[in-house]
Design a protein around this ligand. Structure first.
Ligand SMILES: *Cc1c(COP(=O)(O)O)cnc(C)c1O
Length: 216
């Protein structure tokens, strides 16, 4: 689907749910996509992209950032503490803060470097054992601790279980954000971004619907 088509769907969902189009940002998830597809979206004027892995992003984005002005890059996937410095150099936002050790590493580096990407705390809304993220019951304390470290916590992020209606998970995440005074809600992917917009998403992360199947 073209960027224009996705934009039209976002606009329609915003209209249907009484949201302002400017309140929802489209993160084009370019992980594992052929260069030509990403370049096409860059040439169409889109500037906000998401990647899952530091290494992959470091290999391809510096060249594009030299060629296209104003590219903003968000890290969506798990981050190892030993890659935190590289991530902070490369990314404008990190959506996957999920443990105290990583929070401390980011805080220490932020002091040293003098800046820090926007931070989203990942919440494992389905309490799935194999999935990253803090448990919903631990979210308030974890967010408070991250703020106490002076991390710029902008919001929360979730990836709902694949076999469940995402609505309950989006609502749970929105509740966590609201009671912690957080404006950012990173939720909604190719199959459910319209639902996420209806539940208050501020950052939707769309990959395959925009670029086509990964690795294709
Ligand atoms: C891959 C990925 C996406 C995009 O997934 P699609 O289903 O291709 O839209 C969004 N968020 C995260 C965290 C991802 O890893």
């Amino acid at each position: 689907m073209s960027l224009t088509d996705i934009e039209a769907r976002i606009a329609a969902a915003c209209k249907a749910h009484g949201r302002a189009r400017d309140d929802v940002r489209l993160i084009a998830v370019s992980k594992q996509q052929p260069d030509a597809r990403v370049r096409k979206v860059l040439q169409a004027g889109h500037r906000l992209f998401g990647e899952n892995r530091v290494q992959e992003a470091a290999g391809k984005w510096p060249d594009w950032q030299a060629e296209f002005d104003g590219v903003e890059l968000h890290l969506l996937g798990p981050l190892q503490s030993n890659k935190a410095r590289q991530a902070m150099d490369l990314f404008d936002a990190i959506h996957s803060l999920d443990r105290p050790k990583l929070a401390r590493a980011l805080a220490r580096l932020a002091q040293e470097i003098g800046h820090c990407p926007d931070i989203f705390v990942q919440v494992n809304t389905g309490a799935e054992p194999q999935k990253a993220g803090v448990l919903p019951d631990d979210a308030d304390a974890f967010i408070a601790d991250a703020r106490a470290l002076d991390l710029p916590v902008l919001g929360v992020m979730c990836i709902p279980p694949i076999d469940e209606d995402p609505r309950a998970h989006f609502t749970l995440l929105a509740d966590i954000a609201a009671r912690n005074g957080l404006a950012g809600l990173s939720m909604g992917m190719s199959d459910d971004f319209e639902t996420a917009i209806g539940c208050g998403a501020t950052h939707i992360r769309v990959g395959s619907a925009l670029f086509g199947a990964r690795g294709g």
